[in-house]
Design a protein around this ligand. Structure first.
Ligand code: DX5
Ligand code: ZN
Length: 221
């Protein structure tokens, strides 16, 4: 397993002060910025696109930006996010007609590629694409909104994904996204996750630094 990473989701940040919020959470110890892209089609909500990613880069953010595409189709936006300065781009296999091609498109653009699994999506989508993957993201809520409750069924799925990663491609990251708090992050780590995406529990807290420190302690307990 690799060094655990904490990735605050800007979905719960104050969008009127986004650059400042991202700076603050990075200074508080975050490793990666998680950037949720929703299209009111693949998921019932609408957020932000490549323009905002580019604006964060222009503002001076140099930390890795992890773009989580909850959109269909995916390929057109993949190209735009490569241009906009994304570091990691992940998408849902159900949202692309040609998963292998979409993964390749991300890698060809110099970004790391990830596949995201909804609570009901089987891990069998991984079977023939191990050589094109840098990250697997297990959703622990149904995608579309921040602030939902962690679904415990995700723990078993994280364990299964960890076994598959160890067997097929040990350098692939295993991320968990949805309802992650300082209370349940330890269990997700124990199940085998090494990247922890958290929106409301970090941005909704009084002190980002204290929350991230507590989370890190729970990961390493
Ligand atoms: C949900 C998003 C998550 C969300 C996490 O569709 O993919 O990244 O922002 O937020 P919390 O941690 O509040 O569940
Ligand atoms: Zn997300």
């Amino acid at each position: 397993m690799q060094k655990p990473l904490i990735a605050p989701s800007i979905l719960s940040a104050d969008f009127a002060r986004l650059g400042e919020e991202v700076d603050t959470v990075l200074n508080a110890g975050a490793d990666v910025i998680h950037f949720d892209v929703m299209d009111n089609h693949y998921v019932p909500n609408l957020t932000v696109g490549p323009l905002v990613c580019k604006a964060l880069r222009t503002y001076g953010i140099t930390a890795p930006i992890d773009v989580h595409l909850m959109v269909t189709p995916v390929d057109y936006l993949i190209s735009d996010f490569i241009e906009a300065g994304a570091s990691i781009i992940s998408f849902h296999p159900e949202a692309s007609h040609h998963v292998d091609r979409s993964l390749q498109l991300i890698r060809d653009g110099g970004c790391q590629a990830g596949l995201v699994f909804n609570p009901s999506t089987p891990l069998s989508h991984l079977d023939y694409v191990w050589d094109k993957l840098d990250m697997i993201l297990i959703m622990s809520v149904n995608p579309g909104f921040g602030g939902q409750r962690f679904l415990p069924s995700a723990l078993k799925k994280i364990q299964s994904a960890r076994e598959m990663i160890d067997k097929n491609a040990p350098t692939v990251r295993l991320a968990v996204d949805g309802g992650i708090t300082a209370v349940n992050i330890g269990e997700a780590a124990e199940a085998g996750a090494d990247m922890f995406i958290s929106g409301s529990a970090i941005f909704g807290s009084e002190d980002y630094s204290e929350t991230i420190d507590t989370m890190r302690k729970q990961i390493n307990r």
